[in-house]
Design a protein around this ligand. Sequence first.
Ligand code: ADP
Length: 526
Amino acid sequence: MANGSEKGAAGATPTARARADVRQGVDPTSGLGELVAALPIGVYRTTPKGELLLGNRALAAIYGFDDIAALQAAARTGSLSWYVDPGRREAFVRLMDSWGEIDRLVSEVEALDGRRIWVSETARLVRDAEGAPLFYEGAIQDITDLLSVQRALRESERRFRDFAEIASDWFWEMDAELRFSYFSETLASEVGVEPKDLLGRGRLESAGASENDPHWRAHMEDLRERRPFYDFRYGFTRTDGRDIVISTSGVPVFDESGVFRGYRGVGSNVTEEARVQQSLQEAKLQAEFANRAKSEFIANVSHELRTPLNAILGFTDIMRDELFGPIGVPRYGRYLDDIHTSAAHLLSIINMILDLSKIESGKLEIDDAEIDPSACVEGAVELVRPMARGRGVEIVFAPDPAPPILRADERALRQMLLNLLSNAVKFSSADQTVDVVVGRDSATGEVDIRVIDRGAGIPADKIDLVTQPFGHSESSMSKSYEGSGLGLAITRRLIELHGGRLDIESDLGRGTTVRLVFPADRVRGA
Ligand code: ADP
């Protein structure tokens, strides 16, 4: 502590400051009283009976006075109240009698203005040479704010502890050296290890893992780079020998100045979930295998059926044309026509089944080429026109003069268009019109081909069904149209192979619009 004596003109900083103080009218040797007066802690001296002899401004403030003179005036009138619990005053006196001092005695007190505050008080009893009590002197600090902060902190700690105890997950913390420094109690029941057995251990050591395992190496890399990690899973053998799967997530913790302090996170036992996931995965693989086997079976059977059908078609053709001589009875001729029509129908169904099974077994690959969809539509319309004319239906298509170019499989696109056009014609009545429109959505960049009819329509609850294999909107009893129920199923899968979709909008009795939508990444230019 500076003693205030001047030590020459060497310009030592304390001396210079003292001179500055003198200039401002402050006597450097009598600063202690002022210092005490300015302390933020209440300081007092009282008689052994508690009458106030000295005090500073902070003491007055604790009592609710502006200055110490007002406090002293109040003290003289004996109106000073203090401890809320009168037993506190007795405790104070008793402690002073036996120990001569108290250290940070915390009490609730009532200031003169009725405010209740919490104070921490440190004081001692000063005696004369004969040992008789002279006065008490001490310091009082208002700790009300501090206590409420502490209380809130305790409350928040208790809340966290309650959550941690109830949760089936456990919480953990690691220090800056990546060693475990905390585990919540749940660890013991879920993992079968006492927290104390893992504290101080590193990540790899506590899991019995090694960085030779690439899974762990990547995880350790995350930790070294101070990256957060989510749902890191690893196998763990409990002390009772049971194998479990643990999932853990954590975030790096930095202090206010940005210095890395470690990690904090949560762990959970996901053994059951992992087991279910694995059996689902196995079931999925099995189902995929079974589905592939079924598709291969269908492909083989279809192939076997096609050979004799071709023979039936070929020979009925020869007989209908009476290539090697007349048939004789005309009725046989009509039978031959029926046999030929039925065989042709059967062949088309078998071909469709074969197409569908090829798509489903993943064997059909699309053969991309840059094509003009308008030209493709025109070609398909020409093929369907004779059938449409036979039913009195007109197909209208106005090709776009500047059509977009599509990257698509031309054969697949023709097949899709033929399916949609023949449906539209089949379900229209005489004198109705079918429109075909190629359009481009400027917002999404998608290109769509719309086939619009004004025919029978599809009930709203059947729209999903009709794109399933053998799905018809009419029951088989009332079915008045011939059809395999495979056309839309194949069309949907073909457009999906292009990354697009099949949209059906229909109004029963008013007509149907079917859209083939191609994604923007298959469209080039306009
Ligand atoms: P199908 O060979 O039976 O026409 P699709 O798969 O092409 O097979 O169509 C399935 C069913 O969807 C049809 O049987 C019909 O009930 C309904 N459908 C398809 N297109 C239309 C349409 N344009 N208008 C009314 N119903 C339709």
